[in-house]
Design a protein around this ligand. Structure first.
Ligand code: SF4
Length: 178
């Protein structure tokens, strides 16, 4: 049984990996496996920041300083990292944020609101539509559908990040998707 004043998340280690569909890229992802079940804090985080929260298959996803963070009951995943030093800093900040949210829960009204999926046509019209396949999907339509279903990460579409002409579309997509 957890004491009311206890932090929900203790110290943990992590490992880094290259996302499957981006084996040629320098940016990595990191994953931490947790001893604790942190899912009780999800509705409080959902009340504090813009996030995707699914209470049925509990996970919550949000943006954190240019990284996509996904919290599962026993796992934290962070995308778009340069190296393990950056990963360690982000994990340290996340641990503070999660514990601070948990300890302040008496003052936060929990939110169980589930954000609606972004419509595929709204995503597609902002993608480059070159069907280059660099995201690991055969077409921009397939990638748009995966983004809508939360099965892909926007950063997998490298043209969006590399070509200046897509800068505005990328910003709009970052708002739409998270
Ligand atoms: S990387 Fe981007 S432009 Fe290329 S197919 Fe995927 S979504 Fe389309």
């Amino acid at each position: 049984m957890r004491d009311a004043d206890d932090e929900i998340l203790g110290f943990f280690g992590f490992h880094m990996f290259l996302p499957e569909c981006r084996s040629d890229e320098e940016r990595k992802s990191a994953e931490a496996t947790l001893k604790e079940d942190i899912s009780p804090v999800f509705p409080y985080i959902n009340a504090r920041i813009k996030a995707y929260y699914n209470p049925d298959f509990p996970f919550i996803r949000f943006k954190w300083k240019g990284h996509v963070v996904t919290l599962h009951p026993h796992k934290i995943m962070v995308s778009n990292l340069m190296d393990s030093q950056e990963a360690a800093e982000i994990f340290k900040e996340l641990r503070l944020f999660i514990n601070e949210t948990w300890l302040a829960r008496d003052k936060i009204k929990p939110s169980f609101e589930v954000r609606k999926k972004p419509p595929v046509p709204e995503i597609l019209k902002r993608l480059p539509k070159t069907n280059c396949g660099r995201c690991g999907y055969p077409s921009c339509v397939a990638f748009a559908a995966a983004l809508s279903d939360d099965d892909a990460e926007l950063a997998s579409c490298r043209p969006l990040y590399e070509e200046e002409k897509y800068q505005q579309a990328r910003k709009e997509l970052e708002e739409l998707i998270l």
